[in-house]
Design a binder for this molecule. Sequence first.
Ligand code: ACM
Length: 264
Amino acid sequence: MNFTLGVCQFKPILKNVKVNLNKMVSMVDHVNADLIVFPELATSGYVFQNRDEVLSVAESFDRGITSKVFRDLAIKNNCAYVIGFPENDNGILYNSSMLINPNGTTHLYRKIHLFAEEKRWFESGNLGFPVVETKNKVIIGLMICFDWIFPESARTLMKKGAHIIAHSSNLVMPWCQQAMITRSIENRVFIATANRVGKEINGDKELFFTGKSQLTNVDGSILFKLDDDEECVKLHTIDPLLSENKQINPWNNIKEDQKPDYYL
Ligand code: ACM
């Protein structure tokens, strides 16, 4: 089965949801694909000074402007989108991503493993690691950025049947893209890591994001990898069903050979 997926790598403007949404829509509006993954906190930027700043840009998952704009676009383009955004759930803030399907259904993931100062304003996610069926019964698993350093995140999504992991990111350390090769190998799943680019400054805080968004194959080969500063949408066509074959040679199957009695 052919399934075309990709990432949208760009530089959000801090605390300017309107400008970011316009840019995101203009980058993908005329792109023909089945799934496009945006970075973590794509609508808001990342470097906050305090919780009030997050509150000023956080929105409801299913009643906010982002879900409205992208629901319309998903239906019009027959494409699913995964978008990182700051979520306000009755005053509780989460670092979330939403998957919007071309049939208009929306699905939510709340980042479980918070990174650094995110712990000052976000609560840790309370919904587990979700898998969502999209077009042609392809199953998408959701995780966000720092979830990468805990192999259990991708392993859980594989065990739940994910063909593709949509990994919205704002990476600042140099190791993740390399680690996702291993996550693909050890789980035999495709992983689309959509990272942002650019330097963000807020008062005395400054972070540089590493770009290099990539798509890894079930055998860990890299299907594409972007530069560290380009803003673009990059697509690739895969057969998601390849991820259902967990056999790596005639003797070894990464699911059946597991020895859970010996794992902590
Ligand atoms: C991260 O989780 N944004 C590094």
